[in-house]
Design a protein around this ligand. Structure first.
Ligand code: NAD
Ligand code: UPG
Length: 440
């Protein structure tokens, strides 16, 4: 099928590459001229395992192209995917300006029937708004062309995006138009060979499903983070508790890992957006208010442990940080817990040597480098002269780190493990003073 993807960021590129990979003719549009120039030159600005190769292969096969030409893009695809950003507005609600301007562009340029598929995470009722804008724009041009707007939220995780798109748990299609639904069923058929993954519903339910999924996952994490803090006080081990409750299939094992707070481009903004939607409809979402507040507090948990151990004044103290990205396998720094920690350490007068396998370049962009804030290109070298190691992101390479080597490299052998990746007994046997989250 001929597919246009509007917005060539994380979701747009992955959607474009995966749809091209199964044989569609994909044109990716972006308003960012530099981004498209780089993509045309074969450069992908985001770190996402497998994405570069998939784009390269599909570009070489002639199934995937890039453009900034809106007219060309709208005329290319019978299917117009919208995958533009929906950042947090000032009041916490989703800022729809990019989605609505994409809708306007479609209305301005289409000369033939189109199916508009919204992949961006949007408030309930956005499909109707998009539909109205296209209708109004068309009537401004004196045209009455056939089109449908479908909600098709995306559930991919950064760092596992290709796998999530290619082997989805479910494909949600929210549509009021039977013909558009049938076209999308055909488009997605290769991803759901056993026909159990496709979920058809109305567009409002589809839009709400996306927020509900992220809010539920964030709730599990905040719940476990608060219990971890309690476990520390009552002398329980949150990891045993996690295993104990996860064995109940009604609870399950996923997303129960306590840590130093959730970040990323989705959970924080989507929880806030859903709270806002509730407030707009006089339905206070109290649970989610608590989820957000608990997460804000959890982002300070490492700072609290450091100040308890070293005191408030950290002048003359040097800290190594392992992991800067909001999670492993990405270079995304949006709402990363490392940013809260770094701000605290620098304000308290400490110096830092930070290492991340992929996010250092992005971190340099968002954190101003100073004499106090240095980046290291090697995990073990970052430990030199440090009074403690603070682990913020659980990259695989840290899991198998040599604990004896950490002990001998550090100036004082102290580790604050914000993701519970080391075994406390082994860490202490290696001579480390070891602090983690919710474990004795
Ligand atoms: N990042 C994720 O893991 C993820 C997963 C699922 C859903 N989502 C949702 O998908 C949406 C996109 O997220 P993202 O992370 O890909 O965003 P992003 O910021 O990485 O990319 C958005 C792109 O859209 C472009 N753009 C903006 N307006 C445009 C327009 N009118 N025409 C063409 N291009 C335009 C921007 O220049 C940018 O390159 C958001 O609603 C997000 O919440 C994100
Ligand atoms: O048990 C856990 C699991 C995750 N996290 C943290 O939660 C955040 C988000 O992680 P993850 O969900 O893996 O990454 P995202 O790429 O943000 O993906 C989420 O947000 C996307 C955008 O909406 C959705 O598509 C995905 O389904 C949803 O998992 C990260 O900071 C993790 O460190 C924890 O603290 N404990």
């Amino acid at each position: 099928m001929k597919v246009t993807v509007i917005g060539s960021g994380y979701v747009g590129l992955v959607t474009g590459a995966c749809l091209a990979d199964i044989g569609n003719d994909v044109l990716c549009l972006d308003i960012d001229i530099e981004k498209i120039a780089a993509l045309k030159a074969g450069e992908i600005s985001i770190y996402e395992p497998g994405l570069s190769d998939m784009v390269r292969i599909n570009v070489a096969a002639g199934r995937m192209r890039f453009t900034t030409d809106v007219e060309l893009a709208v005329q290319h695809g019978h299917l117009q995917f919208i995958a533009v950003g929906t950042p947090r507005g000032e009041d916490g609600s989703a800022d729809l300006q990019y989605v609505l301007s994409a809708a306007r562009a479609i209305g301005e340029m289409m000369n033939d029937a189109r199916i508009v598929v919204n992949k961006s995470t949007v408030p309930v009722g956005t499909a109707a708004k998009v539909s109205q804008i296209i209708k109004d724009t068309l009537s401004g041009r004196g045209l009455d062309l056939d089109f449908a707007v479908v909600s098709n939220p995306e559930f991919l995780k950064e760092g596992a995006a290709i796998e999530d798109f290619m082997r989805p748990d479910r494909i949600v299609i929210g549509s009021e138009d039977t013909a558009a639904t049938d076209t999308l069923k055909r488009l997605y058929a290769p991803f759901e060979r056993n026909h159990t993954k496709l979920m058809l519903m109305d567009s409002r339910s589809a839009e709400m499903t996306k927020y509900a999924a992220n809010a539920m996952l964030a709730t599990r994490i905040s719940f476990m983070n608060e219990l971890a803090m309690l476990a520390e006080k009552v002398g329980a081990d949150i990891d045993q508790v996690r295993r104990g409750i996860g064995a109940d299939p009604r609870i399950g094992t996923h997303f129960l890992y306590p840590g130093c707070g959730y970040g990323g481009s989705c959970f924080p903004k989507d929880v806030q957006a859903l709270i806002r939607i509730g407030a707009d409809h006089q339905v206070p979402l109290r649970v989610l208010g608590a989820v957000e507040a608990a997460n804000e507090a959890q982002k300070h948990v490492l700072a609290a442990k450091i100040s308890e151990r070293f005191g408030e004044n950290l002048v003359g103290r040097h800290f190594a940080i392992w992991g800067l990205a909001f999670k492993p396998n990405t270079d995304d720094m949006r709402e990363a817990s490392s940013l809260v920690l770094i701000r605290y350490l620098l304000n308290a007068g400490a110096t830092i040597s930070a290492y991340d396998p992929a996010a250092s370049q992005e971190a340099r962009r968002v954190i101003s480098i100073s004499e106090a804030m240095q980046f290291s290109d090697n995990a073990m070298r970052a430990l030199e002269g440090a009074h403690a190691l603070v682990l913020v992101t659980e990259w695989k390479e840290f899991r198998s780190a040599d604990l004896d080597a950490i002990t001998s490299k550090l100036l004082t052998p102290i580790v604050f493990d914000g993701r519970n990746i080391f075994d406390p007994t082994q860490a202490r046997e290696a001579g480390l003073e070891y602090f983690c989250i919710g474990r004795p």
